[in-house]
Design a protein around this ligand. Sequence first.
Ligand code: HEM
Length: 179
Amino acid sequence: MGLDPSDGEEMMIPEAIRLVRSTFAQLLPVADLAADLFYDRLFSLDPALRRRFAANLDAQKQALMAALGLVVGYLDRTEELVPIVEKLGLRHAGYGLQAAHYATVGSALLWTLEQGLGPAFTPAVRAAWRDVFDMLATTMRTDAESAGPVTDDEGSERQEVSYQRKVAWCGGRSICAMR
Ligand code: HEM
């Protein structure tokens, strides 16, 4: 598991995890408003995205906030988080997304955090969230591109894919430290 410094796991830097968790907790009381802001911003950045979503966004808003909450909760357990995000990516593979879509979603997310947090959205907070989103997008998009071969079985090939994804998840990012 990832808590043993000798086992080569890559972990987020605890301070970055703390920043992401504490700022997400600040947004939770206004989660509905944050979700409203996020989708308004997303569709103003790229109006063509609107038709990809259901007319009523209530369930989508809840699903997004729940997914973010789950990710935030698992940031110190990437070995468990990566397969979950891979599955999310597989589901997104069917939505016909391109790299630019992820960039737009990332931009809308950071903007939403800035609106919701105000002065608490410091450069360090922004950098930590930026890295979390980049890790999410990297994991989801890589899966989307290889949606065929990646399955839910626990064969060695799958484990190797997951390991590579874990490295991609943290590689070179400021929030991660090699342990
Ligand atoms: C990278 C972070 C993202 C997260 C955490 C996320 C999260 C989610 C979640 C939880 C769902 C609910 C269905 C499911 O679980 O598969 C969903 C659906 C969806 N997402 Fe994402 N998503 C992300 C990125 C994107 C991007 C970049 C796009 C493209 C603009 C996108 C478009 C959609 C669409 C079209 C649906 C289906 C909506 C529907 O069925 O009405 N997502 N997303």
